[in-house]
Design a protein around this ligand. Structure first.
Ligand code: ADP
Ligand code: MG
Length: 400
C-alpha cells in the first residue's frame, strides 16, 4: 500500500510453522497436520443474514491456524496464543458434550458438540492455535477458529466433509451450531460460510434464505483499487443486548406482516405503514433497502462497473447509522475521514458498536486515506486504529 504501518497477514507457510512450533513446544511431539481458516469482511449486506437476506463477504488473507493430532482416548488438550500469552486447557469429550466449557475454550472445544449434534462422533485430540485474525474486531476470529478446528477434525476423524461445497455447507452448519451455543443466540451463518465456502479473488454472494451461494468476481487490483479494513479497536459492550433487540424488532415486524422473514417484503411503503412506531419502521427500512443494495452491488460487479459500487457502500453506512442505529463515533469518524481523503466509498462492516470499517480507495490514494483516518483518531483522542490493505483470500484448507 505504500504505507509502512499497514498491518500484514501471515503467509500460509508462516502461519503453519507458528502453529506447528507451538504444538511441538506444548506437547513435545509434532502435529499430524495444520489447518487454516480465514476471517472475513462483509462488503455489503449488514444485519440481513438473520432476516433471510443477502450478504457479500470476502475471506480475509488473515487466518487462524490449528495444528492438530488425533488421540486414541477421550482427552482434549487445547492451547492458543492470545495477545502474546499462551493459554491452555485440558479436559475430556464427556465434559465438552455436557457443555461444561465456557469462554474462549468453547469456540474450539464446542466444535465437538457441533459435530455430535450433526451425527458425527469425534475422538480426543490435541490442538495448538495461532491466529493473525484480530480478536473481537468484527473480522470473525470466532468463525476462523471454529472452522480451522472443524477442518482438522473432519480430516483426522475421517468424515471427509471438506472435499466438496456440499460437505463444506454441512461444516458451516456445524460451526454455526458451535457458535450459537457459545454465545447463546442464533447467528446467521455469514461468518462461517465466508471462512469455508469462498474462492480466492471472489466475493461470496450468500442467500441466507436457503444458504445457496454464488462466487462473484472481485478483482480490485485490475481497476487500480484497494480495499482498506480499518479496525477501530473500539469494543462497545452494548453489543449483545443491542443485537438481540434488533433481532427482536425484525421478528416482531415480520409477525405483524405475516411473513417468515423481512426478505419476503415486496412493498416497502406498505410494510412501513403497518409498523407500530417509527423505530420499528426504520429497522425494516434498513433491512429491505440493504438487501436491495446487495443486489445492486452484485449487478455492478457482474457488469465490471466496480467504481460504481461506491455510493451503495455510503448509503449502507448511513442506513446502519440512522435507521438501524448500530454505528458509533469511532466508526463514523473513520468513514468520514476516509471519504474526505478521497475514499470512493466507506462504511462500517460487521455488527457495529465498534469493530471495523471498510474503505474502497484508488491505490494511489491509499496512503493519504490511512493518514487522514489516523490523524482524525488522534484529534478525537481515540486509540490508534489498525489498518489492513486486503485482497480476497482463500477459504479454509489443510496447509501443512
Ligand atoms: P470476532 O469474531 O469479531 O473476532 P467474537 O466476539 O465473535 O469477535 O469472537 C472473539 C472471541 O473468540 C475471543 O474473545 C475468544 O474467546 C475467541 N477466539 C477467537 N480466536 C481465538 C483464538 N485464536 N484462540 C482462542 N480463542 C479465540
Ligand atoms: Mg465472531
Amino acid at each position: 500500500t505504500g504505507s509502512p504501518s499497514t498491518e500484514t497477514a501471515w503467509s500460509r507457510g508462516q502461519g503453519a510453522c507458528k502453529a506447528a512450533d507451538l504444538f511441538t513446544e506444548q506437547y513435545a511431539t509434532a502435529p499430524h497436520g495444520v489447518w487454516a481458516s480465514p476471517g472475513r469482511v462483509n462488503l455489503i449486506g449488514e444485519h440481513t443474514d438473520y432476516n433471510g437476506g443477502l450478504c457479500l463477504p470476502i475471506a480475509l488473507p488473515h487466518a487462524t491456524y490449528a495444528a492438530m493430532s488425533r488421540r486414541d482416548d477421550d482427552v482434549v488438550r487445547i492451547c492458543s496464543r492470545v495477545h502474546g500469552e499462551v493459554v491452555t486447557w485440558q479436559g475430556t469429550l464427556g465434559e465438552i458434550l455436557r457443555r461444561k466449557v465456557k469462554g474462549w475454550i468453547a469456540y474450539t472445544a464446542g466444535v465437538v458438540w457441533g459435530f455430535h449434534d450433526a451425527g458425527y462422533q469425534c475422538t480426543g485430540f490435541d490442538v495448538a492455535l495461532e491466529s493473525c485474525v484480530p480478536l473481537g474486531a468484527g473480522l470473525s476470529s470466532s468463525a476462523a477458529v471454529e472452522c480451522a478446528v472443524a477442518l482438522g477434525l473432519d480430516e483426522l476423524d475421517g468424515f471427509g466433509l471438506a472435499a466438496d461445497d456440499r460437505g463444506r455447507a454441512e461444516l458451516v452448519d456445524i460451526a454455526v451450531a458451535t457458535e450459537n451455543t457459545v454465545v447463546g443466540a442464533p447467528t446467521g451463518g455469514l461468518d462461517q460460510a465466508a471462512s469455508l465456502r469462498t474462492q480466492e479473488g471472489r466475493a461470496l454472494l450468500l442467500d441466507c434464505l436457503d444458504t445457496s451461494t454464488r462466487q462473484v468476481p472481485f478483482d480490485l487490483a485490475a481497476s487500480g483499487l484497494q480495499l482498506l479494513v480499518i479496525d477501530t479497536r473500539a469494543r462497545h459492550s452494548l453489543n449483545d443486548g443491542q443485537y438481540a433487540s434488533r433481532r427482536a424488532s425484525c421478528e416482531q415486524a415480520a409477525a405483524l406482516l405475516g411473513v417468515d422473514t423481512l426478505r419476503q417484503i415486496d412493498d416497502l411503503g406498505a410494510a412501513i405503514a403497518m409498523m407500530p412506531d417509527a423505530t420499528t419502521a426504520a429497522r425494516v427500512r434498513h433491512v429491505v433497502t440493504e438487501i436491495q443494495r446487495v443486489q445492486d452491488f452484485v449487478a455492478l460487479m457482474d457488469a465490471g462497473r466496480v467504481l460504481d459500487v461506491s455510493p451503495l457502500m455510503n448509503e449502507s453506512h448511513e442506513s446502519l447509522r440512522d435507521d438501524y442505529e448500530v454505528s458509533c463515533a469511532e466508526l463514523d469518524v473513520a468513514v468520514a475521514a476516509a471519504r474526505s481523503a478521497g475514499a470512493l466509498g466507506a462504511r462500517m462492516t460487521g455488527g457495529g458498536f465498534g469493530g471495523s470499517a471498510i474503505a474502497l480507495v484508488r491505490e494511489v490514494d491509499g496512503a493519504a486515506v490511512q493518514d487522514a483516518v489516523r490523524a482524525q483518531y488522534r484529534e478525537h483522542g481515540f486509540i490508534a486504529p489498525k489498518i489492513h490493505g486486503v485482497t480476497p483470500g482463500r477459504s479454509g484448507a489443510r496447509v501443512s
